[in-house]
Design a protein around this ligand. Structure first.
Ligand code: E4P
Length: 221
């Protein structure tokens, strides 16, 4: 399973990268706004800065909602850096733009996916990634994880190569459950990755090992 971090915060991206487990980054206009990144030039520079921190895929979202606008913006984003994946919304023009970019060999991530039918369309249009938003489904009392299972089954049935990028991951159990269900990628906040580390028996065991070592040794190796 690949780990992407869902943020535009460069410090969080650096921290996840330093841990050695980061495979990519996803952003969206809300995450850029949260970091105070505004204006086209600053936004494009910020994407380049992210690409210089990580080695993997970096999803950059278009703002246009019409086909021509998405193509224009997507081409500009893709030209920024080979790691850029053009992120397109799941609307009719987004599906058309997805087909356009996949025919040109440019990777796409179809976002704002909330149903199996939408995921089927994204795969048919040649998306490199499909982003089902599991947390936002959970927020409205709908089982987000069930959507991952449905998409996994459909893609398996027909051998679609589109990667399931579990998005709107909010916490560590989302990560674990997505891994159990066979999501190819998860994207979540830094806290969802760090949460995987924690176990009280690890802390207790380490404290005991160190205490026992100190009984017979006055310094480290
Ligand atoms: C995915 O690419 C989105 O950026 C993201 O996962 C949305 O998460 P949220 O529902 O926590 O805003």
């Amino acid at each position: 399973m690949k780990f992407f971090i869902d943020t535009a915060n460069l410090e969080h991206i650096k921290e996840a990268e330093a841990l050695g487990v980061l495979d990519g980054v996803t952003t969206n206009p809300s995450l850029m706004a949260k970091e105070g990144i505004t204006g086209k030039d600053n936004i494009l520079k910020h994407y380049s800065a992210i690409c210089n921190i990580v080695e993997g895929d970096v999803s950059a979202e278009v703002i246009a909602t019409d086909f021509e606008g998405m193509v224009r913006e997507g081409e500009e984003l893709a030209a920024l850096h080979p790691q850029i994946v053009v992120k397109l919304p799941m609307i009719a023009d987004g599906v058309k733009a997805c087909k356009y970019f996949s025919d040109k060999g440019i990777k796409t991530n179809v976002t704002l996916v909330f149903s199996a039918g939408q995921a089927l369309l994204a795969a048919k249009a040649g998306a490199a990634f499909v982003s089902p938003f599991i947390g936002r489904l959970d927020d409205i009392s709908t089982d987000g994880l069930n959507l991952i299972s449905e998409i996994r089954q459909i893609y398996y049935n027909y051998g679609f190569e589109t990667q399931i990028l579990a998005a709107s991951v909010r916490h560590t159990m989302h990560v674990i459950n997505c891994a159990k269900l066979g999501a190819d990628v998860m994207t979540g906040p830094l806290s969802s990755i760090y949460g995987l580390l924690k176990h009280p028996l690890t802390d207790i065991g380490l404290a005991q090992f160190l205490a026992d070592y100190k009984k017979g040794n006055s310094s480290n190796y």
